[in-house]
Design a protein around this ligand. Sequence first.
Ligand code: TRP
Length: 329
Amino acid sequence: MPGKKRILSGMRPTGKLHLGHLVGALENWVNLQSEYENYHLIADYHALTTNLDSSNIYANSFDMLIDWLAAGIDPKSSPMFRQSQVKEHAELQLIFSMLVTTARLERNPTLKEQVRDLEMENISIGHLGYPVLQAADILLYKGEVVPVGEDQLPHIEITREIARKFNAQYSPSQPVFPEPEGKITRFARLPGLDGKRMSKSIGNTILLSDSPDVVQKKMRTAVTDPQKVRKGDPGRPEICLVYTYHQKFNPDETQAIEQDCRSGKLGCVDCKMKVMQKVCDYLSPFRDRRQYYESHSEEVKDILRDGEIRAKEIAHNTMTEVHEAMKLG
Ligand code: TRP
């Protein structure tokens, strides 16, 4: 029987995770656990590309790891580790950086979007090379499948190009690297409460650690159809953010909600309260598990240590193959 395919997934440690992370990525990671062999990377070096201050990176990584565990990632089957602790990431990144042109990296739409959003005038080599490090992250573990948000697909494409180039150049008869595929979910981009991309810097998130009170308060601010001013006015679910949330968190009632919104029978305040309750139900088991891990930090540290030992072993083996293929042994 063929072995399970391998997944490599990762996130940058930018602090506590929000609902968009859970719906767009983590839920997917958890569901894929039985079908694939999983490696989960904490991209702490990648975090430096947009913020040089490293003083919070460890705390943020630790917080993110707790969120992952609370979401249901099983540390026994799925190692979790920090990029900075496995030196081979940097080494493979260096080798890969010879296989891609600066022009190719400058065309990267994800980078262009960041430069525009953050109004950046200059970018560092590290930032330009972000996808090269990401390619090293994935290929060091020979990841075949990469669950990501839509915005990351251009990086997977660059990873495939680098894998192809390496194989053609150094190991044409027996490829060292697979050409990984990106895997996106239907809710890959759960919008924030204002309808824009959910992001901490915009302040439109629901955090996974938010209490029901906070969720309720935030949900009240969610935007709805601007033409539906009061109960009785007919609404347009297709353009309503709260309806998107119903589709995700309240699938059984969406049909009724759609009808009652269109007819004007259902007002936006009631509609928001309904979905708020569902979001709280959805988050409740998560919150309990989060509390457990918060109060068992030694256990979390052991999980990280164990994940890093396992990751290092694979990384070491891949680099041996790389050196052999390149005749650098
Ligand atoms: N670039 C990814 C993001 O911002 C994070 C990341 C880094 C990653 N290395 C990775 C994702 C490897 C998947 C695989 O979301």
